[in-house]
Design a protein around this ligand. Sequence first.
Ligand SMILES: C[S@@+](CC[C@H](N)C(=O)[O-])C[C@H]1O[C@@H](n2cnc3c(N)ncnc32)[C@H](O)[C@@H]1O
Length: 374
Amino acid sequence: MNAIVAEVRRRGRVSFAEFMGLALYHPEAGYYTKPRPGPGPAGAAGDFLTAPTASPVFARTIAALVAGLEGALGEALTFVELGSGEGLFLAPFLAALPEPPANGTRRVIAVEAAEWARSRIAERCPGVEVVAALAAARWPEGAVVLFASELYDALPAHRVTVHDGALAEFFVEADARGDLCWRLGEPSAPEILTYLGECGLTLAEGQVAEIRPAVRAIHAGHLSWCGHGGVALILDYGHPGRRLYDPRARRGGSLVGYRHHTLVDDVLADPGEVDITAHVNFDDLEHGASDAGWERGELRPLGLFLTSHGALSQLPPAVRRGEPLTPLEWGELGEVKRLLTPVGMGADLKVLAQGRGRPWQAYLRLAAPPPADA
Ligand SMILES: C[S@@+](CC[C@H](N)C(=O)[O-])C[C@H]1O[C@@H](n2cnc3c(N)ncnc32)[C@H](O)[C@@H]1O
């Protein structure tokens, strides 16, 4: 029997958040725990595409941003990636990052829960400190850039609905044949009952929503680690709460699975073999920032964020010069379009930029659009 199904059976009934935790992070059978082909374009061996693997222009743009911040501050930064996977962002990012300013030593830290992925990062990215949890890394001495791509949408979420006027939670059970099935019950913890009300939101009868009451404190903890201030760039699928939980827009919630680049509706089927994700409520991250004494920040669609940080200057030279393109360059241009155009990934993925202190002021100056008459 599948080890995750066996564990659900052993526990009797688990909240969907517990199930999602097992399906993704079970010590032997979890989707992210087992070595597997990394993200990449459809047709490749993986299950889904991420922004860092869509085009090298993504990593080059972030590298230019970090170099710009170091230049503005006149000192080397500590760059932390949370949830690095196997280093598919870090490798091209490091290749594109210029030497740091003479003042200070640049540190690059990869935080990744999966052991096999940590080994891949160490092979791919020499010189990077690779740790299983941020708390295991030595505290930074100066400013920090904290970067995360699709970390929070891969954290376990509770699934709730309103049934006969009362909030109910979805649980998962194994039936007599060993198939997993849904059960509705009373919320498993007080914070599930109060979460939406504290955000000033209510669900309509029958509306389904995924919520992560724990994320606010998790994010505040990440930012607090930065100590002397810095900039956080959080890339994820999601919306502010008012939009995410609007019954007219998303009555059935945002929970989906991915396998071989195909949407999987039944996220309980074949656990450990399917990537499961639910949108982020960016309000959680804004509240987490306030709790940590950081600015709540600004949320932009990925395409707009990248172009406001000079992504167009990272395009292949022939594109920038308007010269005829080779088939390879046409291919590269197609990949970049995914990131920059205001449909698909360029619009659906968002970047939340937050900060504290001098690095945040420097960031805001870098992100500002040039004056119209410049
Ligand atoms: C959806 S993948 C994203 C990987 C990569 N950032 C990308 O964009 O391709 C999420 C990654 O976060 C890791 N992860 C999840 N929770 C974590 C935690 N608490 N600490 C460190 N890594 C975590 C998972 O093991 C997985 O590799």
